[in-house]
Design a protein around this ligand. Structure first.
Ligand SMILES: [Zn+2]
Length: 295
């Protein structure tokens, strides 16, 4: 395990305990999240070493990588995912003029395929062998196993997306510095991450499924994600709530809390979270943030 004594973002040593949760899906081990008093950033601390993280991913219900269709819950997930892909690609097309796009953590490649159909040159990064091979075989997309951004040239991409990836990254500062290097002038960055300021996070507390310990190392609020990007030559353009995530995360959180998904209750809490996001400024269970390079 690695114990950090400083905030990974601002390096302050003024940190305190925020919440204790568990790896509910695989090992049931307890993990702690720390809060930086200086910049409000939350991070899993202590955290497993990078090479020891694999065993926490060994869980059948981690469906985003394998894309299999078993059971009602997974079927619903797949249907929602289809709509989500269309809405994500529309968002990118509306907010950028991209000729070349990189999707970091592209999974089985559906999002890149949607962009390729619109005439955008696409490339992906996907460390999972099963997912990467599906993306390559199904859609003939160029996908790299190596996730080191140093492999790319300066200003190589007009747009870059990270859909629920940044919360898994070990060295956030290094990742964002590299994004700044490989993005073109006025290029667009699209980031989706869970939002612990959402109503469903507050309601489920340590059972909130999007804490997802220990594989989520970084836990963002709107304020902290914007701070990190604005320190690195990016301008915040806009935010969009991911309304389906509020339902999905509420159902999973019920399961962690009570052993059952409780569809009606999960639907109700998810709905309440979305309504509160719509009426106030706390945001949905997960948000999409768009940033533009100002270098
Ligand atoms: Zn800090």
């Amino acid at each position: 395990m690695i114990q950090l004594s400083n905030c990974p973002i601002c390096k302050s040593d003024k940190i305190k305990d925020f919440i204790i949760s568990r790896d509910y899906s695989t090992t049931k081990e307890k993990f702690k999240i720390a809060e930086c008093i200086s910049c409000d950033f939350l991070f899993t601390n202590p955290r497993p070493k990078e090479e020891a993280m694999n065993r926490y991913y060994e869980n059948d219900s981690y469906i985003s990588h394998t894309n299999n269709k078993k059971g009602l819950f997974n079927l619903m997930y797949q249907i929602v995912r289809k709509h989500a892909i269309a809405s994500k690609s529309n968002l990118l097309l509306k907010t950028s003029n991209s000729k070349k796009h990189l999707d970091i953590g592209c999974g089985t490649g559906e999002f890149l395929n949607a962009l390729a159909k619109k005439g955008i040159e696409c490339e992906g990064i996907e460390p999972s062998d099963i997912a990467r091979e599906k993306a390559i075989n199904n859609y003939k997309i160029k996908v790299n196993k190596n996730s080191d951004l140093k492999q790319y040239k300066e200003k190589e991409f007009d747009s870059i997306s990270m859909w629920h990836v940044l919360e898994h990254v070990y060295d956030l500062n290094k990742t964002i510095t590299n994004l700044d290097r490989i993005i073109n002038e006025k290029g667009t960055i699209v980031i989706a991450v869970p939002n612990y300021k959402s109503f469903d996070a507050e309601y489920y507390k340590e059972f909130w499924a999007a804490w997802d310990l220990p594989i989520h190392l970084n836990h963002f609020s709107e304020k902290t994600i914007i701070n990190i990007f604005e320190k690195n030559n990016f301008k915040f353009i806009k935010k969009k709530g991911m309304i389906f995530d509020s339902f999905y995360v509420s159902l999973l959180s019920n399961e962690f809390k009570n052993g059952k998904k409780q569809y009606l209750k999960g639907f109700f809490i998810g709905l309440l979270s979305n309504i509160k996001a719509l009426l106030g400024n706390r945001g949905c269970s997960s948000n999409i943030y768009i940033f533009r390079s100002i270098k």
